[in-house]
Design a protein. Structure first.
Length: 511
């Protein structure tokens, strides 16, 4: 009869063990361990029913071992005491058994504690190496993307996408402020991220469905005016004076990042970020290159409210350094490009620029059937002025004249120094009547302006003769014939006594 009972109990413990093991893998790690220990105690209890309790006291060593493996030294000692109390309740207090349990608990607990600490350290190092590996991969992709463009807007997009993308550094939002070369201030340039948490969750859901990698996001043909328009419209309205003591000024002057865990409303920049962008915490990373102050990068986690750690900031610094170099190179490229496209004396667009603009605008006007007008003018008797006053004073006159031209034009008009004392203005989407009005305004403003030694001119003042041509009524086959038309009107103005505006009227076909 007892053999049958033993078999039933053993079978019951086996079934119970299988069921408990099934359920313990459905819960978290802590409850998994607790269920395992409880299961061991239940099995020991079942065995104690089948056998004499004094005969199964050794099985509590298994309980102590499992507890030590699960909760290390502290758990082993506690389980040793509990095991001794359970056994003592049945067979009385046995000090030698308590000592055996405690010695075993201290030994196996210490071993498990050492193993646990080593494993935890290995996991920490593995996690660090994995994170660094991911960062290196991100930096490699960013570097490749940056090398493919010198356009500042595209570079800023690459930087911001890399900082905020899930496959990048993974911050919720990032903004770039660049230092103005003319003024001692930081201007908001571009940002990526939501205005609030709800908008951020919607964006995450959309990106999760698209399953785009970092390079895929970078390669997308983003329009700078459609990326988070509300954020960027607000950002571009912000200028922060570096004369004021703010955390941004402190960061860029000292060249070190700052992690703002709580907004200080006494700081104007922090209060501004709180009011406009709902920032509760953020980090500011300076963008510096060989001592040159380029700007600052602002990052925060508005959506998940994840605290920004020092490790997070350390991961951004290499990207910020790389970004600062790329931004400065883009600015230098832009300066060189402007120098190549602008006249060195007057600051107006040069002959090379005119060739490019005139070709593109003429082709566009021909395709879209929109009117393009042109004004050509030069200074009357300018050779006489140079011969009388010298070329240095002549250059000063050209500089002053260029300023008057720019002040006389509308927003979309383009002014060029065509060569010597000759100038051209291109007027997109402008009728010949309006072009004549602009030409007359230029002529009048120059005539009324006061130039040095202009009284020595033949007419006692400095004047210009103006020729105007337009595609409104005439169809020109080539840009060159369009220029010839305006030039012929200029010569008519000269022949009619100078200081006049003449509109081209077709006399022969232009090929």
């Amino acid at each position: 009869m007892m053999d049958l009972l033993h078999i039933i109990l053993l079978f019951s413990s086996f079934i119970f063990g299988i069921m408990a093991n099934f359920f313990r893998f459905l819960v978290n790690d802590k409850w998994n361990k607790i269920i395992l220990i409880a299961l061991t105690l239940v099995i020991v209890k079942i065995h104690s029913i089948a056998l004499d309790f004094s005969s199964v006291s050794w099985t509590f060593f298994i309980v102590i071992f499992i507890t030590a493996y699960s909760f290390q030294l502290k758990g082993a000692v506690i389980s040793a005491l509990i095991s001794w109390l359970i056994v003592s309740a049945y067979i009385g207090m046995v000090p030698l058994l308590l000592a055996s349990y405690l010695i075993f608990a201290f030994f196996i607990g210490s071993v498990c504690q050492f193993y646990y600490n080593k494993k935890k350290e290995q996991q920490r190092w593995l996690s660090t190496l994995m994170k660094q590996s991911k960062q290196l991969d991100v930096f490699r992709e960013i570097s490749l993307a940056m090398q493919q463009t010198l356009q500042l807007d595209k570079l800023l997009q690459i930087i911001l996408i890399s900082v905020t993308a899930g496959h990048g550094l993974g911050f919720n939002r990032a903004m770039i402020f660049l230092k103005s070369p003319e003024k001692n201030q930081l201007n908001g340039i571009m940002g990526i991220g939501p205005m609030n948490a709800n908008e951020g969750f919607n964006t995450w859901e959309r990106l999760a469905k698209s399953n785009l990698k970092l390079l895929d996001l970078i390669k997308l043909n983003y329009d700078k005016d459609t990326i988070d328009p509300e954020l960027n419209a607000l950002l571009k309205s912000i200028s922060i004076d570096l004369k004021n003591e703010t955390i941004l000024e402190k960061s860029i002057q000292e060249g070190i990042p700052y992690n703002i865990e709580k907004i200080d409303q006494a700081d104007p920049s922090q209060k501004l970020f709180l009011d406009l962008f709902q920032m509760q915490a953020f980090a500011v990373i300076p963008l510096l290159n060989q001592g040159n102050q380029i700007g600052v990068l602002i990052i925060d986690n508005i959506v998940n409210n994840q605290p920004i750690t020092e490790d997070d900031i350390d991961s951004v610094i290499p990207l910020a350094n790389q970004a600062a170099i790329a931004i400065e190179h883009a600015n230098l490229y832009k300066q060189i490009e402007n120098m190549a496209l602008k006249d060195g004396l007057t600051g107006l667009l040069n002959h090379r620029s005119f060739e490019s603009y005139s070709k593109n605008l003429f082709a566009s006007a021909t395709t879209t059937k929109k009117t393009l007008s042109m004004i050509i003018f030069d200074i009357d008797s300018f050779k006489h002025f140079n011969d009388t006053n010298g070329h240095l004073l002549g250059n000063e006159v050209l500089i002053q004249l260029a300023l008057i031209i720019q002040q006389s034009l509308r927003g979309n008009d383009l002014a060029f120094r065509f060569g010597g004392e000759e100038f051209i203005v291109l007027l997109p989407n402008t009728s010949e009547e309006k072009a004549v009005i602009v030409g007359e305004r230029i002529r009048y403003n120059i005539e009324k302006a006061i130039f040095p030694n202009e009284e020595k001119q033949p007419k006692g003042t400095l004047t210009v003769s103006v020729g105007v041509a337009s595609t409104e009524k005439y169809e020109f086959k080539q840009v060159s014939s369009f220029i010839e038309a305006a030039d012929s009107a200029l010569y008519k103005a000269k022949n009619q006594g100078r200081n006049k505006v003449v509109l081209y009227k077709e006399e022969a076909s232009h090929e």
